[in-house]
Design a protein around this ligand. Structure first.
Ligand SMILES: [Zn+2]
Ligand SMILES: [Zn+2]
Length: 160
């Protein structure tokens, strides 16, 4: 769901501040570059790769290495989530205004569908209980074909 959520300006400013606080607390350097990257990443409307982010920051001459490093720090600060989809590189998404959810990924066009994982999670907790396992984190994702791609395959169209 590209552009499915928007982040309020105040929330964004607050999250960048929280990141700055995190960096200081952990003894990492607070640089203007890191804060720029944080602002773009936290406000990014949808799932993005490091290269997507780099595309929006190109004018600042920021290296990919710096972007990867900052994304890593943002993840440690619990401000962004890394979602790794089979067959694609790591993608990220802002945690702002966006609660934990599951993903379906279309194998043909890469479309991502998000869904509320509430019931699935409850079910997993129950199974974990039965195995005396304390569940701390779950990643729920599925792979397949979206409606448009199923239609395209029926009609014999080439991949986009
Ligand atoms: Zn598709
Ligand atoms: Zn998502």
């Amino acid at each position: 769901m590209k552009g499915a959520w928007a982040v309020a300006k105040e929330d964004l400013a607050e999250a960048v501040l929280a990141f700055e606080h995190f960096l200081r607390q952990r003894g990492f350097k607070v640089t203007r570059t890191r804060l720029w990257i944080a602002e773009r990443a936290l406000g990014f409307p949808g799932h993005f790769s490091a290269a997507d982010l780099w595309g929006t920051l190109r004018i600042h001459g920021i290296s990919m290495a710096t972007i990867y490093r900052t994304l890593d720090l943002l993840e440690q600060a619990d401000l962004i989530r890394r979602c790794t989809f089979m067959g694609t590189g790591a993608r990220y998404e802002s945690c702002l205004g966006h609660k934990h959810h599951g993903h379906f990924l279309c194998r043909r066009c890469g479309t991502i569908v998000e869904f509320d994982e509430g019931e699935v999670k409850e079910f997993l907790c129950k199974i974990a209980d039965e195995h005396d396992f304390q569940l701390q984190q779950t990643v729920i994702q599925g792979f397949g074909l979206c409606a448009a791609c199923r239609h395209a395959e029926r009609e014999g169209w080439a991949s986009p």
